[in-house]
Design a protein around this ligand. Structure first.
Ligand SMILES: NC(=O)c1ccc[n+]([C@@H]2O[C@H](COP(=O)([O-])OP(=O)(O)OC[C@H]3O[C@@H](n4cnc5c(N)ncnc54)[C@H](O)[C@@H]3O)[C@@H](O)[C@H]2O)c1
Length: 421
């Protein structure tokens, strides 16, 4: 493992300037925690920005750590333990891109250490973690950008603005879908990590229950295990339901019903391969369909308005006008004009927004409170699926009304010695 001494003379000297506000021309000194598929994708885009200095990289899996160091041209020092990276005073901002079960601890510790944070979506695995993360960000006055890159897309801003202004008429139904065919199941990412050799399995598990090493649970596929993540409901739901909630201008649904299971895929994973969740907002129903067993044809996100229908993707949006056929209508006149707009490079825009906010101290597009509210919406979909009944949500208290069992899923104790506070 490539490492550098935890404290060098230069680092100590730099510590004196650690909390100086950054000017427009200053370089942001960045460290990355979690150098897997997504982490390295983000790292590449950060490295392409003219005003960053790649200072440190951290991963518990050595081959990925080494790749991130190489990408930085060797300027980033390598760490296995994120606490050693966070100890460094010459780091302004960190990217947090490990599996979901690590997001809360690492984001809170980074805020405490005075770093601004770009944390991947879903914000966290459990609802109570999200609230604690928001509190830490506010307490330590940190800029925290959640990796919901769609929030920085100009066409998403335009689409949401139009919907909120009533251009589609009243939107009473929003459908969000993620469908593909993964039959007969997922396979471990190869080459397989070797615990004790190139992977620290205990530090990969962290706050999650101790279990023997299983290659399917590890790289990328941790998504299909409840102890680390929440399946496609939190993986892709975090993107589409985030935009739905933003367009509605709502904090949370009033109630949630959901069903699902791992009906067809036989690979040892746990989260549903078929899942249907229905969210009730005061005057709108939002539905989520997750399906890994038949690709079919569905649109990622669709807004059904009285005047028009909008399909919204990362590539752009398309509005098809409605033609009213009801009483007194001729069935020929469009209720609005057809519209089409294309998208841009969302990662680049979102990372740029983060770096600009580090300097301006403004709230970023994917502010942590929004990330928390969206993660909660996804988590409620999974809790409703697991308990098998309708949940009524108290938005102010952030708890399920009158349901002790459901509320237990809002936080499950960490494995010692890890703790949330
Ligand atoms: N915004 C997006 O479009 C997008 C796309 C893909 C993934 N993601 C998110 O990015 C995160 C990572 O997903 P991925 O697909 O890259 O998974 P991955 O398994 O490929 O990468 C995760 C990395 O984190 C490392 N890791 C685990 N525990 C660690 C620890 N304690 N300290 C440091 N590193 C640790 C793993 O060894 C691995 O290299 C997830 O939260 C996922 O939801 C976001």
């Amino acid at each position: 493992m490539h490492t550098t001494p935890r404290r060098t003379f230069t680092q100590l000297a730099a510590a004196a300037f650690a909390h100086k506000p950054l000017g427009a021309n200053d370089r942001v000194r960045v460290g990355i925690i979690g150098c897997g598929g997504r982490g390295r994708g983000l790292w590449r885009t950060f490295l392409a920005q003219p005003d960053i200095a790649p200072v440190a990289a951290c991963d518990v899996y050595e081959p990925f750590l080494n790749r991130a160091i190489q990408m930085s041209g060797g300027t980033a020092s390598g760490y296995k333990d994120f606490r050693a990276l966070l100890d460094r005073k010459d780091i302004d901002a960190v990217i947090v891109a490990p599996p979901d079960h690590w997001h809360a601890i690492q984001t809170i510790e980074a805020c405490r250490a005075g770093k601004d944070v770009y944390v991947e979506k879903p914000l966290c695995r459990m609802q109570r973690e999200g609230r604690a993360m928001v509190e830490a960000a506010r307490k330590h006055n940190r800029v925290v950008q959640v990796g919901s890159q769609q929030r920085s897309g100009a066409h998403y801003h335009h689409a949401v603005g139009m919907i909120q202004a009533g251009a589609l008429g009243a939107v009473h139904h929003i459908t969000a879908n993620w469908t593909r065919n993964m039959m007969p199941g997922f396979r471990p990412v190869s080459p397989l990590p070797v615990p004790g050799k190139d992977l620290d399995w205990d530090l990969w598990l962290g706050p999650a229950p101790e279990v023997p090493f299983d290659p399917l649970r590890c790289l990328y596929n941790y998504r299909w295990f409840w102890d680390y993540s929440g399946g496609q409901m939190t993986n892709w739901g975090a993107h589409s339901l985030d935009i739905a909630r933003w367009a509605l201008g709502a904090k949370a649904p009033v109630s949630v019903a959901a069903f699902g299971g791992r009906f067809a895929i036989r690979d040892g994973g746990e989260t549903p391969d078929i899942q249907q969740a229905i969210y009730r907002f005061p005057e709108c129903i939002v539905s989520w369909t997750g399906r890994e067993v038949n690709a079919g044809k569905t649109n990622l996100l669709e807004f059904h308005g009285t005047k028009g229908n909008m399909i919204l993707t990362r590539e752009g949006f398309e509005v098809t006008p409605e033609v009213w056929t009801g009483y007194g209508q001729d069935g020929k006149t469009a209720a609005m004009a057809a519209l089409r707009e294309s998208g841009g490079n969302l990662d680049q825009l979102h990372i740029r927004n983060f770096l600009d906010c580090i300097k301006s101290r403004k709230k970023p597009h994917g502010d942590i409170e929004e990330g928390h509210l969206t993660a909660t919406m996804c988590q409620l979909g999974n809790i409703a699926t697991r308990v098998g009944r309708v949940l009524n949500w108290d938005e102010a208290k952030e708890e399920v009304i009158g349901d002790v069992e459901a509320n237990q899923w809002l936080f499950q104790p960490y494995r010692k010695p890890w703790s949330l506070t």
